[in-house]
Design a protein around this ligand. Structure first.
Ligand SMILES: [Zn+2]
Length: 193
């Protein structure tokens, strides 16, 4: 949204902050065609620069994509984002798109929408994605899972996301919790240890 305000000073500032040992990834970055504050060509340019930054500091990328899947994938390819990889935050694409981003060294993150009754794609992806390529997220205060939809989201509600994924896959909640935690630790380099 704010790509139009991006400057070299911000770039240098983010890069400097990225060296702090508690910084485990660069993001969210990406494209959002839902809002029209920043023109597409500017968003694309800033997205590319941020990918380059992530590669320079050798940290994984957290992708935000809204109504821009084709362009996001094209840029991930052209900028060789697979070198650092990362995660598709709050993934809302199809199982086919899921396969495509997995090939680019990105894993899938699902949040509250997977619990919504009419969320066909997230449910299909929850069943389709290999369990070692999946993490769960809160996106708090947004994307509150059912049955708290409409209220402010809290991190504790992420349990409902993992429970729904377990139901959809026909496996235990514990298995989903354990594996997605492992995946997050691997992606973010031993986060929380
Ligand atoms: Zn986002």
């Amino acid at each position: 949204m704010d790509a139009i305000d991006f400057t070299d000073e911000y770039y240098d500032w983010i890069k400097e902050l990225s060296k702090h040992p508690k910084i485990v990834a660069i993001g969210e970055m990406g494209l959002d065609y839902h809002w029209d504050k920043s023109p597409k060509d500017i968003q694309k340019e800033v997205f590319k620069r941020q990918i380059q930054l992530a590669k320079e500091v050798n940290l994984p990328i957290v992708i935000h994509n809204r109504e821009a899947t084709a362009d996001v994938i094209e840029i991930l390819k052209s900028e060789n984002a697979h070198e650092v990889g990362g995660v598709m935050h709050s993934f809302s694409g199809s199982p086919e798109t899921c396969d495509e981003v997995l090939k680019l060294n990105f894993i899938i993150s699902l949040g509250g929408p997977v619990t919504f009754k009419n969320a066909k794609q997230p449910k299909a992806v929850a069943q389709h994605v290999p369990l070692d390529k999946l993490i769960v997220e809160t996106d708090a205060p947004y994307l509150t899972p059912h049955p708290y939809r409409g209220k402010r989201n809290e991190p504790m509600h992420v349990k409902l996301v993992a429970e729904e994924i377990a139901n959809l896959r026909g496996i235990s909640y514990e298995e989903v919790a354990e594996q997605t935690t492992k995946n997050a630790e691997q992606l973010f380099g031993g986060l929380g240890k």
